[in-house]
Design a protein around this ligand. Structure first.
Ligand SMILES: Cc1cc2nc3c(=O)[nH]c(=O)nc-3n(C[C@H](O)[C@H](O)[C@H](O)COP(=O)(O)OP(=O)(O)OC[C@H]3O[C@@H](n4cnc5c(N)ncnc54)[C@H](O)[C@@H]3O)c2cc1C
Length: 442
């Protein structure tokens, strides 16, 4: 049942909506301002009904952009605050790359040291091979010139972590209402007066949009434009589409998880390999002439090894992209044969134990779409008089801490860590730096 009214209505029971609601309720309580009807989370399906519920769950710091790294370090501290409740596995994270990435990865390492994020850097092909061989006796990838080993981070089990977060939110007094669809917003005189749902209208003082892949739709309900002027390096402004969609391509290898351990038989770190080495499939045919990248980790949901490769841009006009049904149920947007070939060839390239990866790939549909901003980095900002939009540009299952910062901003305390993600950066040309790496994710 939809509530009659609420001071704060949060749309979306994914990682951001739940984290924001939980932290907001705690802040209100700490300030002696909480009332039973303060914070309500609405979700049209259920807790984890969107991207957070299908995320691979990788938690890493490795970004070229300093603002992203600082934000990730903050989020890792939230994951570390209660690993059991968040089903968080602090196994660490490995970024491997070829010579073309070495300088950029070294810079990331140096800046991680400066902010106290624990990591190790290995450089040079021979040393990288020895380091990886110590971790995995069957390691066989050639052409790796840098290894950044983050000792923090790892992965979390998506649905269990959301259940843990929802329990914390409810214990703090948040009301989570599932099966309630927001169909419109009553916007008058520059403010959201009420949230219109399929179960009635809810007057509110503040709205938080945490709708993941559905951000496009809530954005339109707020009456915000579907293009944004972006100032380029030459100082000129160019209109860009506010939202585009990309397909995150992932899959699962049906292997006994006991076979995917490190050399000591312990849980391995998450592995992310970017490479420009030739890649061949199981028939010895070349898979791609481009640089390629894959990541993988143990899959706690079904057992096995789960991972992915580069996302693929969806070419349909943004307005026509069907977000529902979401995830593997959306047959138009699931990982396809090209993904299967590349990801399994990549696994076989790296590990002797995965030489038969192609045969072991689960046939179940997998993957899902994400809603990306003009520069593919998050927007966390106030809009109108009383709305806040959390649009993570699909970076965000790992960003469990963003809600803690948003809660403070909602209570009138601007957060330095969020400032680089203000919407005004587009028009002002204050964009995040991009690396010279040939890989789009670094
Ligand atoms: C296949 C895949 C793998 C990924 N892997 C990773 C990873 O390993 N690590 C990582 O950091 N990130 C990963 N991501 C990205 C990450 O999942 C997202 O960035 C993040 O989960 C977004 O969280 P959210 O809370 O904003 O949205 P969501 O989790 O999508 O939640 C939004 C919620 O809003 C609800 N909703 C939408 N519209 C309405 C409405 N009108 N009325 C009511 N409710 C509504 C939906 O039902 C949904 O539950 C992955 C994404 C995908 C697709």
């Amino acid at each position: 049942m939809a509530p009659r009214a609420a001071r704060y209505v949060v749309v979306g029971a994914g990682i951001h909506g739940l984290s924001t609601a939980w932290h907001l309720a705690r802040e209100l309580r700490a300030r002696g301002q909480d009332e039973p009807a303060d914070v309500v989370v609405l979700d049209k399906t259920g807790v984890g009904g969107g991207a957070s519920g299908i995320a691979c769950g990788v938690v890493r710091n490795n970004y070229f952009q300093p603002a992203m790294r600082r934000l990730m370090a903050h989020s890792v501290s939230v994951w570390e605050s209660d690993p059991a409740a968040f089903s968080y596995h602090p196994v660490g994270y490995l970024q491997l790359g070829p010579e073309a990435m070495r300088a950029g990865v070294r810079q990331i390492y140096q800046e991680q040291q400066a902010i106290g994020y624990r990591s190790t850097l290995v450089e040079g092909e021979a040393d990288c091979r020895a380091y990886m061989g110590d971790l995995f006796p069957d390691w066989q990838a050639e052409g790796i010139s840098c290894v950044l080993h983050e000792q923090q981070g790892g992965f979390a089990n998506n649905r269990e972590s959301l259940r843990g977060l929802a329990a914390k939110a409810e214990a703090a007094g948040v009301r989570i209402r599932t099966g309630v669809r927001v169909t419109g917003l009553d916007v008058r005189d520059g403010a959201v007066r009420a949230v219109v749902t399929d179960q009635g209208t809810i007057p509110c003082d503040h709205l938080v949009v945490a709708a993941g892949p559905w951000t496009r739709d809530l954005w339109a309900m707020l009456g915000l434009p579907d293009t944004v002027p972006v100032r380029g390096a030459d100082g000129g402004l160019q209109d860009r589409a506010m939202w585009t969609y990309w397909l995150v391509q992932e899959g699962t290898l049906k292997v006994d998880p006991a076979t995917f351990t490190d050399a000591r038989g312990g849980p391995p770190p998450v592995v992310h390999v970017d490479s420009d080495a030739p890649l061949f499939d199981e028939d010895g045919e070349p898979v791609t002439a481009e640089p390629w990248g894959i990541y993988y980790k143990p899959d706690a949901n079904f057992g096995g090894v789960q991972g992915g490769s580069l996302p693929r841009r969806i070419e349909e006009p943004t307005a026509e992209v069907a977000v529902d049904p979401y995830g593997p149920e959306q047959s138009a947007y699931t990982a396809g044969a090209d993904f299967a070939r590349l990801w399994t060839a990549g696994l076989a390239h790296c590990h002797g134990r995965f030489r038969e990866a192609r045969r072991l790939l689960s046939p179940e549909p997998s993957g899902g779409i994400g809603c990306f901003t003009p520069d593919s980095f998050p927007v966390f900002d106030h809009f109108l008089e009383n709305a806040y939009v959390i649009a993570d540009s699909n970076h965000g299952y790992k960003m469990i801490g963003v809600g803690a910062l948003v809660a403070k901003e909602l209570l009138g305390e601007p957060q330095e860590l969020l400032a680089p993600f203000a919407f005004a950066r587009y028009e002002q040309g204050r964009l995040h730096p991009t690396s010279s790496s040939p890989f789009p994710w670094s």
